[in-house]
Design a protein around this ligand. Structure first.
Ligand code: SF4
Length: 204
C-alpha cells in the first residue's frame, strides 16, 4: 500500500501532524460541500489505536456536533463493537469525505477524488494495523488505492485482506456500513456475525 513510513511516529508528533491536517481541512474549499457543511469532521477517537475505521461521510448529527457515528448508525456501531469486545477508545474513526453531503446523499466521484487525499494523509500519520472500511463507497475507494479488485460489498464483507504498507503489515476488512442495518434489519445479523468473526483480529 502506498502509505510511506513516517520517521516521527510518536504520539505527540502524530497529534501535531493531525492538527496541521485538520487546519487544512477546515479551510478546504475543494468541492461544493464546503458551502453546505456546518463543520468538517476530520476524525474522532484514539490516535494511538491500531484500528482505523473508515466510513463514507459525516451524517446530519456528525456535521452538527463534529463527532463520529453519533446518530442511529452510531448506536448500531456501538452494539457491534460490544459484540467484538472493543470500545470506542480502541479505535480512530474517520470518513472518505470530511464534509456532510446534504440529505445524506451518496458522495459523488468528484467529491471522493477531491477529498480522499486527506484520508491517505491521515493513514500515513496514524499507521494502523487494521483498517475497516464501512460500506461500498469507503471500501471501493480504499481497494482502488491498494490496487485490489473490489466486486461488491455483498461479496466481500467480512473477508480479511492482508497487505503490506511501508510501515508494516496491515489487515484490511470491508464491512457493511452500520447505517445499512437501520434501513434493512436483516443486515444487522450479517454485521453481527462479521464482528464476531473479526473480533480476534481487532483485539490483536
Ligand atoms: S468534502 Fe473534502 S474536498 Fe470537499 S470541501 Fe470538504 S474537506 Fe474539502
Amino acid at each position: 500500500m502506498n502509505i510511506p513510513c513516517k520517521s516521527s511516529s510518536s504520539f505527540i508528533s502524530k497529534q501535531q501532524e493531525l492538527e496541521q491536517l485538520s487546519q487544512e481541512i477546515v479551510l478546504c474549499r475543494k468541492c461544493s460541500l464546503a458551502i453546505s457543511r456546518n463543520r468538517p469532521l476530520v476524525g474522532d477517537g484514539n490516535i494511538g489505536a491500531n484500528i482505523v475505521m473508515i466510513g463514507e461521510a459525516p451524517g446530519y448529527y456528525e456535521d452538527l456536533k463534529g463527532k463520529a457515528f453519533i446518530g442511529n448508525a452510531g448506536k448500531v456501531l456501538d452494539g457491534l463493537l460490544q459484540v467484538a469486545g472493543i470500545s470506542r477508545q480502541d479505535l480512530y474513526i474517520t470518513n472518505v469525505l470530511k464534509c456532510h453531503p446534504p440529505h445524506n446523499r451518496a458522495p459523488s466521484l468528484q467529491e471522493i477524488q477531491s477529498c480522499s487525499c486527506y484520508l491517505y494523509r491521515q493513514l500515513k500519520i496514524l499507521q494502523p494495523k487494521v483498517i475497516i472500511t464501512l460500506g461500498k463507497h469507503a471500501s471501493k475507494e480504499l481497494f482502488s488505492r491498494i490496487f485490489l479488485p473490489f466486486s461488491s460489498i455483498t461479496e466481500m464483507h467480512g473477508k480479511v485482506f492482508e497487505i503490506k504498507a511501508s510501515y508494516g503489515p496491515v489487515k484490511v476488512i470491508p464491512l457493511y456500513h452500520p447505517s445499512a442495518a437501520c434501513h434493512n434489519p436483516s443486515l444487522l445479523e450479517v454485521l453481527t456475525k462479521d464482528f464476531e468473526t473479526i473480533a480476534g483480529y481487532l483485539k490483536k
